[in-house]
Design a protein around this ligand. Structure first.
Ligand SMILES: COc1ccc(OC)c(-c2cc(C(C)=O)n3cccnc23)c1
Length: 121
């Protein structure tokens, strides 16, 4: 296939993209939609060792970097924790991250992932 032609999505990729869509609905301000730059967040790249955002997750799905649903859960948690490390507790970003982590863990709860895994196997 040349790059332009769409590759068939695997069941795992479909499940991952569906989860990311559900998680992104919990980020209405799109604070987590794209990588945080040092331009908007001074010193970010020297403080945060493992940056993560929803666009990077979607790229990883496309490149088949995720081998399981649990690996997405790890990246999601890292993304929220980064925001709670870099941004002080009273900031809108810290508060948004706490709220996103809480609602995201309901979407990614083990029972939910286990039943999704069944449908993929
Ligand atoms: C105000 O509008 C935007 C737009 C995009 C952003 O990140 C992609 C952010 C943003 C997102 C973050 C995070 C997630 O830490 N952040 C931290 C400091 C300053 N800005 C941000 C804010």
């Amino acid at each position: 296939l040349d790059k332009r032609e769409e590759k068939e999505q695997t069941p795992l990729q479909e499940a991952l993209n569906q989860l990311i869509r559900q998680l992104q609905r919990k980020d209405p301000n799109a604070f987590f939609a794209f990588p945080v730059t040092d331009l908007i967040a001074p010193g970010y790249s020297s403080i945060i060792k493992r940056p993560m955002d929803f666009s990077t997750m979607k790229d990883k799905v496309k490149k088949e970097c995720y081998r399981s649903l649990d690996e997405l859960k790890v990246d999601f948690r890292v993304m929220c924790e980064n925001a709670m490390i870099y941004n002080k507790p009273e900031t809108i970003y810290h508060k948004a991250a706490r709220k996103l982590l809480h609602s995201g863990m309901k979407i990614l709860n083990q029972e939910r992932l286990d039943s999704l895994k069944q449908s993929i196997d």
